[in-house]
Design a protein around this ligand. Sequence first.
Ligand SMILES: NC(=O)c1ccc[n+]([C@@H]2O[C@H](COP(=O)([O-])OP(=O)(O)OC[C@H]3O[C@@H](n4cnc5c(N)ncnc54)[C@H](OP(=O)(O)O)[C@@H]3O)[C@@H](O)[C@H]2O)c1
Length: 249
Amino acid sequence: MSIAKEFQASKNELENKVILVSGGGSGIGKEAALAFAECGAEIVLLGKNSDHLEETYNEFEARKLRSPILHQLDLETTTEEELKKINNALIEEFGKLDGLLNNASILGDKSPIESYKFEVWKKVFDINVHATFLLTKSLLPALRLSKEGSIIFTSSGVGRIGKAYWGAYSLSKFATESLGQILSDELENTSNIRVNSINPGAVRTQMREQAYPAEDPKINKEAKEILNAYLYLMSDKSIGISGDSIDAQ
Ligand SMILES: NC(=O)c1ccc[n+]([C@@H]2O[C@H](COP(=O)([O-])OP(=O)(O)OC[C@H]3O[C@@H](n4cnc5c(N)ncnc54)[C@H](OP(=O)(O)O)[C@@H]3O)[C@@H](O)[C@H]2O)c1
């Protein structure tokens, strides 16, 4: 959808919106959170590494953006109870949640199925699939209180076509695409929440380096250069768009 890729957000595009970003302390999530805040949104960051969260917090301060709310938790071990507490805190503080960017993921091993370690397989599913489901489910009450809610799931090229050695990560992204489509269908007539997925494409982050250690990182765009589609899907300009899979590049 070229309208998403070419979208130019205005300074106040996301004013009065509250947006939660999982994996918001580093990589694409960090840059997306900063871009949402630059457009006026109130940001809630969820991440595992407290140093990353703090660095991102400091970057918000340095840019004179409203301070983000931080939730340090491990999506591998989190519980529905812990995530429901975040939902309740959002309702108490803001009365709603307008946007959820499901961005946190791990790569796991790049390995043939024949030798793929089951412990790694399970960990990838726990973080990329089970925790994404639980986080989304737990935050739906707050999202239902938004006038126009938006959920973005983060997919991948290998979430649409399976490729050798991408193992559990590829399956987890197929599952993510499916979760987004199911939820979009379920919410269509019962809420004002739209649900879409984004494939960021190749982006210069720690995950990309892990996947392609021999590649020159400079050939890929930086996270801050691929955010138009993210801003489009969070903005009211995308009202009515749901169940779509969008390429950021
Ligand atoms: N980069 C690419 O080329 C590319 C391509 C296609 C799709 N994607 C997708 O884009 C999204 C962002 O990827 P990225 O490239 O920015 O990767 P990244 O730099 O590795 O960032 C991954 C994020 O996930 C968070 N995370 C991982 N495990 C977690 C856990 N157990 N609990 C809580 N948070 C956890 C990390 O948080 P901490 O910093 O706190 O550890 C980090 O913020 C992912 O869904 C990825 O699959 C990326």
